[in-house]
Design a protein around this ligand. Structure first.
Ligand code: NAD
Length: 268
């Protein structure tokens, strides 16, 4: 049997996720690291990408230009300000993209939809297999419990996280709203500070906590009369996101153009 290798270019290589991805790629039998990109003023410029995560040299140096070789797949976990440019580079080079960056705005989401007509893209705010299942379970629970159960979503992340609420919390809220036939933007309540009115039954409340080194926790509560159902996911190692993103990269290798999410990768 012929071995199949998937060539990977990591964007945000010096970051927490970039290092976890580099480690996973170098430790795998079927993936090859062919590029590592980070911001021009990043202290890791010109260094060997593997050395940044404490591994033996790989021969792949960190650069500030995304130039994915033909046949490679770009895995981007950087910052939202970089996403549009990276999507355009993938389009120009006709290379698939796995996008993990969170906090992207509506214009970038439109660009992704457009780009999905020409190249295969998997975009997910959370590449963990467990969270992908949580999204599906939350939707099933919302449908089964119905509108008389009120929904609140709570998330906790490390002190360095910039966007709040997390992309995952928003995605959970969207899937619950969809299951209940509601418009998420109309029913989402992100803060109750200075509100003097009671919650409405339709509301989907979101609360964000930041601090310490928590990799990420999400709790969905369905609150009814006399009972409360909670669905909880706790990430203890950011390797889960890296492994999920690389599973998506392998899956994407023979996919036609399209904008996919992690549920597609898992066949849910
Ligand atoms: P980080 O701050 O540790 O790393 C970000 C890296 O991106 C840094 O090295 C930074 O220099 C680099 N960067 C910034 N601008 C860049 C540019 N223009 N070009 C190239 N590189 C650039 O952050 P992190 O914890 O590694 O997270 C990165 C992103 O991934 C965040 O948006 C985070 O929310 C997201 N994330 C997603 C998932 C998921 O499963 N989808 C999981 C964890 C984190």
């Amino acid at each position: 049997m012929t071995e199949r290798y998937v060539s990977v270019v990591i964007v945000g290589a010096r970051g927490r996720m970039g290092q976890a991805l580099t480690r996973c790629v170098l430790e795998s039998d079927d993936l090859t690291l062919v590029g590592a990109v980070d911001r021009s003023d990043s202290p890791g410029q010109g260094e060997d990408a593997a050395r940044l995560c404490g591994m033996p040299e790989s021969g792949v140096l960190v650069t500030d230009v995304l130039r994915p070789p033909r046949g490679s797949i770009v895995v981007d976990f950087s910052l939202p300000g970089a996403t549009d440019q990276n999507v355009r580079r993938c389009l120009e080079c006709n290379v698939p993209l796995v996008l993990g960056t969170t906090g992207i705005g509506p214009e970038t989401r439109d660009l992704l939809k457009q780009a999905g007509k020409d190249i295969p893209i998997v975009s997910a705010p959370n590449f963990s297999v467990g969270v992908t299942l949580l999204l599906r379970l939350a939707s099933i629970a919302a449908k089964a419990l119905g509108p008389e159960y009120e929904t609140e979503i709570f998330e906790l992340h490390h002190r360095h996280k910039r966007d709040a609420p997390s992309g995952t919390a928003l995605r959970i809220g969207e899937s619950i709203a969809k299951a209940l036939g509601r418009n998420f933007d109309e029913v989402a309540v992100r803060s109750r500070d200075k509100t003097e009115t009671q919650r409405t039954p339709e509301e989907i409340g979101l609360a964000a906590l930041r601090g310490g080194d928590s990799v990420g926790e999400h709790t969905v509560m369905f609150l009814g009369e006399g009972e409360r159902l909670e669905l909880v996911h706790r990430a203890t190692d950011r390797g889960i996101f890296a492994r999920g993103a690389l599973r998506a990269a392998r899956w994407l290798a023979d996919r036609p153009p399209g904008l996919y999410d992690m549920a597609d990768v898992l066949g849910l």
